[in-house]
Design a protein around this ligand. Structure first.
Ligand code: ADP
Ligand code: MG
Length: 319
């Protein structure tokens, strides 16, 4: 349904998208996952025809976005990062305006809009001014405008960003409900999101695709990651540096301060080698007693960190 080949986008000197290719099959929900600044929005803006690419091609339902932009645009519903909502309109007025813009058939407008509002849970808010809606309800309006004209492809850019946990759960449910007869690309920088909604995940970092798999198989590759929780007494910078220098350690973070000069760390290694003894001797060398060492289960998040940090971020610190 969607085919992206060798897509490149430069903003002046900045290479935002660096030769990415992927396909999305009809009816599939693809998670497009990456940290902030990795090129997700740029890619989505190109797929939807809002930005020209520097090179590469995008086809939707067999139509090329540069040669047949109208054919592509009428098949796509787009929820951009900042949907252009007119705040002095009511929900119904705004959606009616969008319907006219998209040249949707007038005769069916009323029933189409009320179906959409029902689907995204806006019926009770249809007469409210958009300006008076909570962020979660505005996001529903954003989703609703994407659905006007019944496009078979939905491009959703971080649909849950800025919402509170309850709103996130509701929006996710709405999106899952939309998926029955549509092809969806959904971007996010939060990993659990894709495992809940998506069938397949493409991970992008610094404009390049670094992994592509099902959430299940990503989980399976987790079994190759071993994680240790460590509590050590002593200077934390010294401990971090020493742990980071152990060859099998992929990354190490200080998580919390337990008590005076006692800190907790999480470190990740390959599961092929047990390095607990080595850690013991290294900590003994710097006279930093280990108070606890405990293996822990890796999460989907860890794949992301390990993929993203494979280009040199070995030590990171959380507050
Ligand atoms: P994401 O959506 O994953 O956060 P973006 O696609 O917004 O990433 O940005 C990718 C890179 O391109 C970032 O380095 C960002 O600073 C840069 N960028 C995005 N938009 C512009 C722009 N209009 N002009 C210059 N650089 C931009
Ligand atoms: Mg973005």
């Amino acid at each position: 349904m969607i085919e992206i080949k060798n897509l490149v986008k430069h903003y002046g000197q900045v290479v935002a998208v660096d030769d990415i290719s992927f396909k999305v099959k009809e009816g599939e929900i693809l998670g497009f996952l990456g940290p902030n600044g990795s090129g997700k929005s740029t890619t989505m803006n190109i797929i939807t025809g809002y930005l020209p690419s520097t090179s590469g091609t995008v086809e939707v339902a067999g139509y090329d976005i540069t040669t047949h932009p109208e054919e592509v645009k009428k098949r796509i519903g787009y929820l951009p990062e900042q949907p252009p909502l007119y705040k002095d309109m009511t929900v119904t007025e705004y959606l009616s305006f969008v319907s006219d813009l998209k040249k949707a058939p007038k005769s069916k407008k009323k029933s189409e809009l009320s179906d959409i509002m029902e689907l995204v849970g806006l019926t009770d808010h249809r007469k409210r001014l958009i300006d008076n809606l909570s962020k979660g309800y505005r996001q529903r309006v954003g989703l609703a405008q994407a659905l006007v004209g019944n496009p078979k492809v939905l491009i959703l850019d971080e649909p849950t960003v800025g919402l509170d946990p309850k709103q996130i759960v509701e929006i996710r449910r709405v999106i899952k409900g939309l998926a029955t007869d549509r092809t969806i690309i959904l971007s996010t920088h939060i990993l659990p999101e894709v495992s809940m909604i998506c069938e397949r995940v493409v991970i992008i970092n610094k404009g390049k695709i670094v992994a592509e798999d099902t959430p299940d198989r990503l989980s399976a590759s987790l079994s190759k990651i071993a994680k240790l929780n460590l509590t050590v007494k002593g200077d934390k910078d010294k401990v971090l540096k020493t742990l980071g220098n152990i060859p099998n350690v992929r990354y190490v973070t200080m998580t919390t301060k337990a008590e005076d000069s006692v800190f907790k760390y999480v470190l990740e290694t390959g599961s092929d080698k047990d390095i607990r003894e080595e850690i013991f001797y290294k900590m003994a060398e710097i006279k930093a007693p280990i108070l606890e060492i405990r293996p822990t289960a890796a999460t989907l998040e860890d794949i992301f960190i390990s993929v993203v940090s494979s280009d040199g971020i070995k030590h990171t610190e959380e507050e």
